[in-house]
Design a protein around this ligand. Sequence first.
Ligand code: 5GP
Length: 137
Amino acid sequence: MSDTIFSKIIRGEIPCHRVYQDEHVLAFLDINPLCEGHTLVVPKEPARTMGELSDDAAAGLGGALPRVCRAVVKATGADSYNILQNNGAAAGQEVEHVHFHVIPRQVGKTGLSIHWDPLPMGEEALADMARKIARLC
Ligand code: 5GP
């Protein structure tokens, strides 16, 4: 995959407001935050999407994420937060290096709106889809 802005940040070639770092992960503030404390949690391994991440990098990411969430909530005083993770252009991913957005939420204080428009699916269609995905897991 091609080099991204996040790889440059991980290598220290571009500055960031770092909040956490370990062997597998770097977390820093989003440069265009949706609210105070909007943080990006990024694996150091340069994978484009979650499905392309190695097991080791994924485990490291999974360990670091709750830790950063706890810190963001404490630092901002938010009582809620969203974790947002975009994969691919159709999902809104702009930087092609896996990352989680940790977005603290307080009523009226976040520039984030989430609209769910559920697709009606019958029991049989759900069962078919579950079988199809399960075969590939
Ligand atoms: P995506 O749409 O790919 O899920 O989100 C990419 C995020 O990276 C955006 O929220 C954007 O503000 C943030 N971002 C892009 N470039 C930089 C940068 O150079 N530094 C930091 N700290 N954040 C960035």
